[in-house]
Design a protein around this ligand. Structure first.
Ligand code: PGA
Length: 257
């Protein structure tokens, strides 16, 4: 059975003190709770301090982005080595905000994903369609192409560690979520793509999570779907109360699957 994974993407929110405060609160609230895998992704500036605060707990650390090279003349960039150096085990790659606002192409996303797995960092690779693409009936095509482009050159041994996040762009930060059934159908499609690219065993092993306006209210329905292994949570992850509730509800729903 795939281990459920809930990831909090703090985006460009929380100053250092707020970030460490939230991290400590999560450590306290989740202490002794069977919570699957919980990952928090603070901004770069608080990664190091948050890393210290969660050390010894079951919460793991992720970054929101990274460069694919280890070092060099890349002003303003952060490399996989830097992330490993401060205890990051995960990195979000190809979030739609990076694709849309910072021009990240499928090729760039692929370079980053390949670099992460080769360095032993688990990439959380995001794919998803825009509202226009959905209305045009192109969801399947866009998601299939997104998955194929992102995973090019990733070996069978490496792919099983990758987490894929299905995030319909129109659902991110909007309060509109895909229905659990619709989200599940796209997750199933992603498993078909994985079967095609690798094999059935890989397709059953890779974890796929849903993201886009996940809240304590809608997480139960999402987690009950058979193909959905977790959630990538934005807005509701920067408050301890809502994030903890999402984690607890997700785990309960999961155990009833
Ligand atoms: P949201 O963001 O939960 O605020 O919609 C999700 C994401 O961007 O990963």
């Amino acid at each position: 059975m795939r281990n459920p994974i809930i990831v909090g993407n703090w985006k460009m929110n929380l100053l250092l003190e707020e970030a460490t405060h939230l991290a400590l609160s999560l450590v306290r609230e989740l202490d002794g709770i069977e919570a699957g895998e919980v990952v928090i992704c603070p901004p770069y500036t608080s990664l190091s301090e948050v890393s210290k605060r969660i050390s010894g707990s079951s919460i793991r650390l992720g970054a929101q982005n990274m460069h694919w090279e280890d070092r060099g003349a890349y002003t303003g960039e952060i490399s996989p080595q830097f992330l490993l150096d401060i205890g990051c085990q995960y990195v979000i790659i190809g979030h739609s905000e990076r694709r849309q606002q910072f021009g990240e192409t499928g090729e760039v996303v692929n370079r980053k994903a390949k670099s992460a797995v080769s360095k032993g960092i688990i990439p959380i690779v995001c794919v998803g369609e825009t509202l226009f693409e959905r209305k045009e009936g192109k969801t399947e095509e866009v998601v299939r192409r997104g998955v194929e482009a992102s995973l090019k050159g990733i070996s069978r041994e490496e792919i099983v560690k990758v987490v894929i996040a299905y995030e319909p762009v129109w659902a991110i930060g909007t309060g509109n979520t895909a229905s659990p059934e619709d989200a599940n159908a796209v997750h199933r499609l992603i498993r078909q793509v994985l079967t095609h690219l690798y094999d059935e065993e890989v397709a059953q092993e890779v974890r796929i999570q849903y993201g886009g306006s996940v809240t304590p209210e809608n997480i139960e329905g999402i987690m009950k779907e058979p193909e959905i292994d977790g959630a990538l949570v934005g807005g509701a992850s920067i408050q301890s109360g809502s994030f903890v509730k999402i984690i607890k509800t997700a785990m309960k729903a999961r155990s009833r699957k």
